[in-house]
Design a protein around this ligand. Structure first.
Ligand SMILES: [Zn+2]
Length: 292
């Protein structure tokens, strides 16, 4: 009994690094923003943890979620019951808040809910967030963590790629800027739609950002892929990602970007070749890939 108590207590107060196995006190883990101080591994965070370190204290207001979608493919009452338990938890939360005193609307994906998949409810939430940006004139911050489209919703899930892109297009037409922060993992339909359609695309170090995962590509092509395949740093080299930003720098960097965008017409920033120039000018004092 005592051994069980000790084990429970240990589980309550300690976590273990997923990569190197280092045991860490939860409070210390939180202090390091979920980054292992020994091996530098970036652990996945919940939306609440993202809000805690990205936004100014007590500035973030979560928009209410109402169950928007009844699963069309459920075959039995049992499945419907199981689904109803999760209906308050969707793979995306949205709200408004301030980062370094700069107001923005934010959508934050939750990988612990349905693998962060893009389903009809997520598409609707994203569109509502875009609508709030249009009404308030505030920029949009997108924080992704997704396995792709929600396969159990079939074609309806794929349609969400088009729906979210309509939202992004409306923002662009209205001159409202958007910033995307790609976190591990960002895959499939999310990568192929709104995640990479923002004006500025930031990424966390080591994040997997792809359409199909390396294992699937290896199985399909029979080619051994390098370890950095589709990782944030590689995609920065190839031009998909504008900036690889460590967690500890994300709040000041996004705050500075929001302040910059507020004081400037956004037209032209997203046109060919301009985006990189603007980023280089903004961060001339730093390397585009920051070190911790
Ligand atoms: Zn570690």
């Amino acid at each position: 009994m005592k051994i069980i108590d000790l084990r429970e207590r240990a589980l309550r107060h300690w976590v273990r690094c997923e990569k190197c196995g280092l045991p860490l006190e939860k409070s210390r883990f939180k202090l390091h923003l979920g980054v292992c101080p020994s091996c530098g591994h970036y652990h996945r965070l919940t939306p609440q943890e993202r809000v805690d370190y990205l936004f100014d204290p007590r500035s973030f207001h979560l928009e209410a979620f109402s169950p928007l979608w009844k699963e069309p493919m459920l075959a039995s009452k049992e499945e419907a019951m199981k689904e109803s338990i999760h209906q308050q938890k969707e793979a995306m939360v949205w709200g408004r808040g301030e980062i370094e005193s700069q107001a923005c609307v934010a959508v934050i994906m939750d990988f612990t809910a349905y693998g962060g998949s893009l389903g009809a409810a997520v598409g609707e939430l994203f569109y509502r967030a875009c609508d709030l940006c249009l009404k308030s004139g505030n920029p949009l911050l997108i924080v992704t963590a997704s396995g792709g489209a929600r396969v159990q919703e079939g074609t309806l899930a794929l349609l969400q790629m088009a729906k979210t892109m309509v939202g992004m297009t409306l923002l662009k037409e209205a001159g409202i800027p958007s910033i995307s922060l790609l976190c591990d993992p960002t895959c499939g339909g999310v990568t192929a739609s709104f995640a990479t359609a923002a004006d500025f695309i930031l990424a966390e170090p080591g994040a997997l950002i792809c359409f199909s995962g390396p294992r699937v590509v290896e199985q399909t092509t029979g080619v051994q892929l390098p370890a950095d395949f589709s990782r944030a740093e590689k995609l920065y080299e190839r031009g998909l990602v504008d900036c690889v930003v460590p967690r500890i720098r994300q709040r000041p960097v996004i705050g500075e970007l929001l302040a910059f965008l507020r004081g400037k017409e956004v037209e032209g920033i997203d046109s060919e070749g301009k985006r990189g120039e603007e980023m280089a000018r903004l961060y001339a004092r730093d390397k585009p890939i920051f070190t911790q």
